[in-house]
Design a protein around this ligand. Structure first.
Ligand SMILES: Nc1nc2c(c(=O)[nH]1)N[C@H]1C(S)=C(S)[C@@H](COP(=O)(O)O)O[C@H]1N2
Ligand SMILES: [Mo]
Length: 323
């Protein structure tokens, strides 16, 4: 049965992004599989600039099959699209321009300070972050509030593995995250596109959920700068903006922490930001979405399809109020 989907105003999907997903592009070798060197190549394919970003291959990535860890029957979005259609306001607000603007972003000496209401606060360098748990590939549906979506093979491990290392206190109720603030390395932080540093937060039970991924890679390689190198969050049942990039600080707190997009516009961006086709955003319908690389629209699924895993977290809550 073909159901007619409600008309949706033209989204911000550019022909560029749709083009980037063509399977022909994949066959054209834009995924530099197995490459070890980090590099950036600018290529014009039929007049469209594609930034080809190569990063270190992550050794021994496990491919678990637990429910929710894969997306059966849906195509994985191309590497070219995932790395050339980005939101990362610290570099530019132009989605097609993040790859170029972030190219060469240095993560040497990166640390993540994990503290607050914990018994064992600790600052992790990148090697320590990587040693906390074995890397896994998690193929997740991603859905942005602007009504585009992708399917992405992330690499990482459950955030709860990291939190276990610092031993949260019983008084901890939320987890607050912070992106690097460094206007020299993140040049658009000199603008007021958002208040800096970028802030996000989760309730502690959301942070401890096994689907909540501390992410260090995609397509088997370290994250490229445009996707949030060297470490970011991915919470697949929430809108993309909850997936804070280039994290330097994680703090356990007892009050709901402020978040950048909620400060920017509370009527548009709530704290929870669960994917919810029934709660309209003032500017973009949430009922349907444009999967990058497809021509028609898909119906958006409650909790982005992860309801069986996460709906119980919100039992008894009115999700039209707590959006
Ligand atoms: N620090 C930081 N994190 C961020 C953003 C940002 O601008 N700055 N954008 C968010 C938004 S709106 C989305 S949709 C996702 C996009 O991630 P991607 O570019 O890897 O697809 O990152 C999120 N994390
Ligand atoms: Mo987004």
């Amino acid at each position: 049965m073909t159901e007619k989907l409600p008309a949706v105003p033209a989204s911000e999907i550019t022909p560029h992004a749709v083009y980037l997903n063509r399977r022909a592009l994949l066959r054209g070798g834009l995924v530099a599989a197995g490459a070890v060197a980090t590099g950036v190549v600018y290529r014009a394919l039929n007049g469209v600039e594609v930034v080809e970003t190569t990063t270190r291959a992550i050794p021994d990535v496990a491919k678990p099959t637990a429910p929710g860890y894969r997306v059966p029957g849906e195509d994985v979005t191309s590497h070219a699209a995932i790395t050339n259609y980005n939101t990362f306001y610290e570099f530019t607000t132009n989605k097609d321009g993040v790859a170029r603007a972030a190219a060469g972003f240095k993560t040497d000496g990166w640390t993540v300070a994990v503290g607050g209401l914990v018994h064992a606060p600790r600052t992790f360098d990148l090697d320590a972050i990587r040693r906390v748990a074995a890397p896994e590939e998690r193929v997740y549906r991603m859905r942005c509030v602007e009504a585009w979506s992708m399917v992405v093979p992330w690499v990482g491990y459950a955030l709860r593995e990291l939190l276990a290392q610092v031993r949260p206190m019983a008084s901890a109720k939320y987890v607050a995250f912070e992106t690097l603030f460094d206007p020299v390395r993140m040049p658009n932080q000199t603008s007021n596109a958002l208040a800096w540093p970028y802030l996000e937060g989760l309730r502690l039970d959301e942070a401890m959920h096994p689907l909540t991924l501390l992410t260090t890679g995609l397509y088997g390689h370290d994250l490229p700068p445009q996707d949030g190198a060297p470490v970011r969050m991915i919470i697949p049942w929430k809108y993309g903006f909850k997936g804070i990039k280039s994290i330097v600080k994680i703090t356990l707190v007892d009050q709901m922490p402020p978040t950048s997009w909620n400060r920017y516009g509370a009527a548009e961006y709530g704290f929870y930001a669960n994917v919810n086709p029934d709660h309209a955003h003032p500017r973009w319908s949430q009922a349907t979405e444009q999967r990058i690389g497809e021509s028609g629209r898909r119906k958006t699924l409650m909790f982005n399809g992860y309801g069986p895993q996460v709906a119980s977290l919100y039992a008894g809550m009115d999700l039209d109020v707590h959006y």
